[in-house]
Write a protein that binds this ligand. Structure first.
Ligand code: FE2
Ligand code: FE2
Length: 239
């Protein structure tokens, strides 16, 4: 049963519909989701009972549940992450960078935070593209091969027991680094709120940044809170 003492991360894993509620209330369910709901609510001056009620109301009706990634195959989850979130990042980064360039050229002199946001966008974009490559070329195939081998009782997959923890730790540190850059962007942009009378490019830029942050949180949640713990558990069960 979900209570105020359940961690935000657990609630997000068990009830994916809660993610929209956490987003609405500004509760971090991703990298900062390892704390009880009561603590996360206290930080944002929210009443835990009100948040719990909203989560309960948002629960998907039976038969209409979103994909349950806590039981789907790990290979299917990896494919979902690549086709949904990795492709989104690759498509979106050039667009966000073009927006940044235009907005800085037109408004950078009046808004000194914009050049810094542009630098952060460039860095986080370059870092993430490298990060996706490592997941797609090394970690995800490794996870899928471990799962296949476990299912067929074939020879042990690549690597020695417990070895997968190391690249996973590196991936999680990279998630934290990207999350910190996006948090700085959020603060500099006043939560992606454009100034009064902003031009359409400015509005589009902040809208794109806001969506980019939301997608990254959903993406990192699937990896940090579901895929990685399940992969580690599977590898450890091999003995
Ligand atoms: Fe990823
Ligand atoms: Fe990742």
């Amino acid at each position: 049963m979900t209570t105020a003492q359940t961690t935000v991360r657990e609630i997000a894993v068990e009830n994916p519909a809660s993610i929209r509620i956490f987003e609405k209330f500004g509760i971090d369910y991703c990298c900062g989701g390892r704390k009880p709901l009561a603590e996360a609510c206290a930080e944002r001056a929210l009443e835990p009972a009100a948040v719990l009620a909203a989560i309960e109301a948002a629960a998907q009706p039976a038969g209409h549940a979103a994909a349950d990634w806590s039981t789907a195959s790990l290979a299917a989850l990896c494919t979902h992450i690549v086709t949904t979130h990795h492709e989104y990042i690759r498509r979106e980064i050039p667009r966000v960078r073009r927006f940044a360039q235009k907005v800085v050229a037109r408004h950078g002199a009046d808004h000194p935070e914009l050049p810094r946001i542009q630098v952060l966008v460039k860095t986080v974009g370059e870092d993430l593209v490298q990060h996706l490559g490592k997941e797609e070329l090394i970690l995800f195939p490794w996870i899928a091969s471990l799962e296949r081998n476990m299912a067929t009782c074939g020879p042990p997959s690549l690597g020695c027991a417990g070895a997968m923890k190391h690249p996973i730790r590196v991936m999680m540190a990279e998630h934290d680094a990207a999350g910190e850059m996006l948090e700085e962007i959020r603060e500099l942009s006043h939560d992606c709120t454009p100034p009064e009378g902003a031009c359409p490019t400015y509005l589009g830029f902040y809208q794109a940044l806001s969506e980019f942050g939301r997608d990254l949180r959903r993406h990192v949640h699937l990896e940090n809170n579901i895929l990685f713990p399940r992969a580690i558990e599977l590898e450890e069960s091999r003995g």
